[in-house]
Write a protein that binds this ligand. Structure first.
Ligand code: KIV
Length: 332
């Protein structure tokens, strides 16, 4: 097969043998020949991230980056910084809405935020969290709610917590043409069953269950698997075992990608930070300083200044002065 010319494929050489195709796209990672033309060599200009991009990245050992975002402004910043996945996590229950945990947030509340994030996201893959209770009763209800995230808010995939016990529902949602991200380990929607936010997978039985969960999700064809709050060694085993890209949070560096909650990244969360959180900036300090300076300026009549004020046009000013002058003259 002769290499194809530059042009619509940006010079990407698609002269692969069928075996090479299967090496690049093993079953579960979208093995169709036509997918090859969507490959962009690493270092090319940024382009739309899809679920296929995540598989490409895993295969080429290129780390996947993911951050949560919950509104237009942060979505724009995250997307324009070139982060691969913008996740509208149900962590917004705490970070944005001030709830104690994720359990009370509703589909409608989530949709409101996903729509805002959609408007701020261009290139990144947009994943929306399915909140607690929206996929736990029946597959029909799960499909109905997942489709709302796609149709009403523009999500490109939905995330559901749980492994083996949730896999039938997940398969049904994928069958309805909606990509699903799995989420296993410390699954915050199970906080009452788990008895708190505890690291999972610390015993041999627990490791075996996690492996079964990961393999079940892999076979179901999920787009990626979030691994939360599990020992690094277990995350490494899962990552090596499954073809699906893994994205870790508190799961060590061997995952195929990493995710952090945006508010943790920039110190906008209050209270104790988990061990895995690295603060990359201090937005709390920045905002507090700005607010205190504004308050002091207003109290000291230093804000707004003349240059921050609107002025009358010259002729209106002259006319106004004449009117006021006459009025005062009449009052005398
Ligand atoms: O809700 C969320 O932000 C999440 C991530 C931490 C994976 O589920």
């Amino acid at each position: 097969m002769a290499p194809i010319d530059r042009g619509p494929f940006c010079g990407y050489n698609i002269s692969y043998s069928i075996q090479a195709v299967y090496r690049l796209y093993p079953p579960g990672c979208g093995g169709a020949l036509e997918d090859i033309v969507s490959l962009t060599p690493i270092g090319e200009p940024r382009r739309k991230i899809t679920t296929a991009t995540l598989c490409e990245k895993k295969l080429h050992h290129v780390p996947i980056t993911c951050l949560t975002a919950y509104d237009y402004a942060t979505a724009r910043l995250v997307d324009e910084a070139g982060i691969d996945i913008v996740l509208v996590g149900d962590s917004l229950a705490m970070t944005m809405l001030g709830y104690d945990n994720t359990l009370s947030v509703t589909v409608d509340e989530m949709l409101h935020h996903v729509r805002a994030v959609r408007r701020g996201t261009k290139d990144a893959l947009l994943i929306a969290d399915m909140p607690y209770g929206s996929y736990h009763a029946t597959a029909e209800e799960a499909i109905h709610n997942a489709a709302r995230f796609v149709k009403e808010a523009g999500a490109e995939a939905v995330k559901m917590e749980g492994g083996e016990k949730r896999v039938d529902v997940i398969r049904r949602v994928i069958d309805a043409e909606i990509p699903v991200a799995g989420h296993i380990g410390l699954t915050p929607q199970s906080v009452n069953i788990l008895g708190g936010y505890k690291v999972q997978g610390k015993t041999l039985n627990a490791i075996e269950q996690l492996m079964r969960d990961a393999v079940a999700l892999d076979r179901a064809g999920v787009a990626c698997i979030y691994l939360e709050g599990i020992p690094r060694e277990v995350a490494a085993m899962i990552t090596a075992e499954v073809e699906t890209p893994t994205i870790g949070i508190g799961a060590g560096p061997e995952c195929d990608g990493q995710v952090l909650v945006f508010h943790d990244l920039v110190n906008l969360t209050f209270g104790h930070a988990a061990k895995f959180v690295r603060r990359y900036g201090d937005a709390a300090a920045l905002i507090t300083q700005a607010v205190l300076t504004y308050k002091a300026d207003v109290i000291a009549h230093q804000f707004p200044s003349d240059s921050e004020s609107y002025h009358l046009p010259k002729d209106t000013q002259v006319a106004l002065e004449t009117v006021l002058h006459r009025k005062h003259a009449l009052q005398r």
